[in-house]
Ligand binder design. Structure first.
Ligand code: NAD
Length: 270
């Protein structure tokens, strides 16, 4: 299934796709034939590089949409532009931020920013995108949650709250749109992917802190982080999250909805 152009004729928006997991998802959808709107907070050079990467991966068209996801008016404008360019068949809420801090020491600003980007933004994009998807009988929403949408860890109260919220909200949306369309049209599905440790810059502060505790040895720091939680002892490659997203967007995935799929080397099996 992956490797064919099963998303020819489809249009996708991937938030936070100028780097990391989002860029890998944009590339995977592009390789499957979708036109892809990329998005994120980035310099003009980073935007140009991401656009070029998505075109090189096979997107018939790629464009950058600008919006700070803490700003509801900016989200409204981004979604209007995406729908005019699309219309949107696929929405991937991937943008996310995190901070490692105890609950008592987390500031109101930290809480507000993490909830705004990781949870409220997905509420706004979904409420704007889903009705039009339903009217056309096909739609895919893939929300990039986390293992921290399924289990907790210390020092991540705002992040864990945002990801549990995202998993719950996705299940509600899945139920509300479950009966749309049919097997031929592909229906409208809403799912979460819940990654464990995945190699991107998001986890760098935690890697650096753990490396420091191992006399500056980065490899030992990563091994120690993995040993604590991820039984496979391997990080995921962002491209693997991209491949799963492309699979969920296939028409034959019409009955996979309301799922929260861990990609965590056994973390949440424990
Ligand atoms: P990353 O830091 O590399 O990318 C985050 C993206 O979000 C960037 O493109 C950035 O521009 C965008 N973004 C951040 N704040 C924004 C804002 N205010 N407005 C608009 N865009 C904003 O991170 P990543 O590791 O690729 O993470 C992607 C998603 O995967 C996140 O939701 C994260 O929580 C989740 N995740 C990552 C891991 C991991 O180990 N890397 C594990 C589980 C879940």
């Amino acid at each position: 299934m992956n490797g064919d152009r099963h998303l020819e004729g489809r249009a996708a928006l991937v938030t936070g796709s100028v780097q990391g997991i989002g860029l890998a998802i944009a590339e995977a959808l592009a390789a499957a034939g979708a036109r892809v709107a990329i998005h994120g907070l980035a310099s003009p050079d980073q935007v140009r590089a991401a656009e070029a990467a998505v075109r090189a991966a096979g997107a018939p068209d790629a464009r950058f949409l600008d919006a700070d996801l803490r700003d509801v008016a900016a989200i409204d404008a981004m979604m209007a532009a995406a729908e005019a360019w699309g219309p949107l068949d696929i929405l991937v809420n991937n943008a996310g931020i995190q901070k490692t801090v105890t609950l008592a020491e987390a500031t109101a600003e930290t809480w507000d920013a993490i909830i705004a980007v990781n949870l409220s933004a997905a509420f706004h994009t979904m409420r704007l995108a889903l009705p039009a998807m339903a009217a056309r009988g096909f739609g895919r929403v893939v929300n990039i949650a986390s293992v921290h949408g399924l289990v907790a860890s210390r020092e991540k109260a705002p992040y864990v709250a945002s990801k549990f919220g995202l998993v719950g909200m996705s299940k509600v949306a899945a139920l509300e749109y479950a009966a749309v369309g049919d097997r031929l049209s592909g229906g409208v599905t809403v799912n979460c992917i819940c990654p464990g440790w995945t190699e991107t810059t998001l986890i760098e502060p935690q890697v650096a802190a753990r490396a420091a505790a191992h006399a500056g040895d980065r490899t030992a720091g990563i091994a120690s982080l993995l040993a604590e939680k991820q039984p496979s002892l391997r990080m995921s490659d962002p491209a693997e999250i991209g491949a799963l997203t492309a699979f969920l967007c296939h028409r034959s995935a019409h009955n996979i909805t309301g799922a929260a799929i861990p990609v965590d080397g056994g973390w949440t099996a424990q």
